[in-house]
Design a protein. Structure first.
Length: 262
């Protein structure tokens, strides 16, 4: 099977695909502050890396893949006070995703996989809501949330600690994916900031500054390496591919069961 980018295809080429066996993959990330050393679209870059790595694996397994352009604007309240952050409402994102699902359904594509790299609670809530609504009936929405088990346990120690915004985890992926956009001289001089952002969220803190992240980073940015980043991208791709194959297997089993009952 082939890996396609939707924006590169003509409408007739899309129509010629085996649409009910095609999986559309949507990268989701925020445009928000990522320390003084990483670009605002770090999440989008990571989501696109995850989507492409997963797409390669799925294509090799015989799944037809259509990569959608990355979604760059999501709820980002925790970094909203930092210049450059674009923060939209959760309801806006949920409605937007519902319209994407409706468009894919009309096209004839039956599965949407979400490759998300932005972990603001409102963003995750919106993605789960969209997955629940969009996944009704014959359409499938696959969203492997790496902040939850079993997926998150496969990622790096820093990621699991919760102190991972613009730290070693994200910095490593950027060094592997797009090193020219990393302000590495600044990154190597940053002090460790081992404060768990996830713990701060659970404690009711509402933004980075309240959690102690006055420069919009958490974790160990100076320890980032391209080698770790490449390994993490492959892990993210494997997570996405496995979630999709699990969903497709369940759908195939349900279809076979319906055929037997008929």
């Amino acid at each position: 099977m082939t890996l396609h980018r939707l924006s590169d295809l003509t409408w007739e080429e899309v129509g010629a695909l085996d649409l009910d066996r095609t999986v559309a993959i949507l990268p989701v990330g925020a445009t928000e502050a990522h320390g003084p050393h990483l670009p605002l679209d770090t999440d989008v870059t990571i989501a696109e890396a995850m989507a492409e790595a997963g797409a390669r694996r799925l294509s090799a397994l015989g799944v037809e893949i259509v990569l959608l352009d990355g979604l760059r604007y999501t709820p980002a309240a925790f970094s909203a006070k930092f210049p450059g952050t674009i923060d939209i409402g959760a309801a806006t994102l949920t409605a937007f995703l519902a319209d994407i699902v409706a468009s894919l359904r009309r096209t004839g594509i039956a599965t949407l996989a979400i490759a998300n790299a932005h972990f603001d609670p409102a963003n995750l809530e919106a993605l789960h809501a969209a997955a629940a609504v969009g996944g009704r009936g014959s359409f499938r929405v696959v969203f492997p949330d790496v902040t939850r088990r079993p997926w998150g346990s496969r990622l790096t120690e820093e990621f699991r600690s919760g102190a991972c915004h613009a730290g070693q985890y994200e910095g490593s992926i950027l060094l592997a994916r797009d090193p020219g956009r990393v302000r590495e001289d600044i990154m190597r001089e940053l002090e460790d900031h081992p404060v768990s952002l996830s713990a701060a969220i659970r404690a009711g803190m509402g933004d980075f500054a309240a959690a102690g992240g006055t420069r919009a980073y958490f974790g160990y940015p100076s320890q980032a390496t391209a080698e770790e980043g490449r390994a993490t991208i492959e892990t993210l791709g494997a997570i996405l591919a496995e979630a999709v194959m699990e969903a497709l297997g369940e759908a195939l089993g349900e279809a076979m069961g319906e055929e037997k009952r008929s």
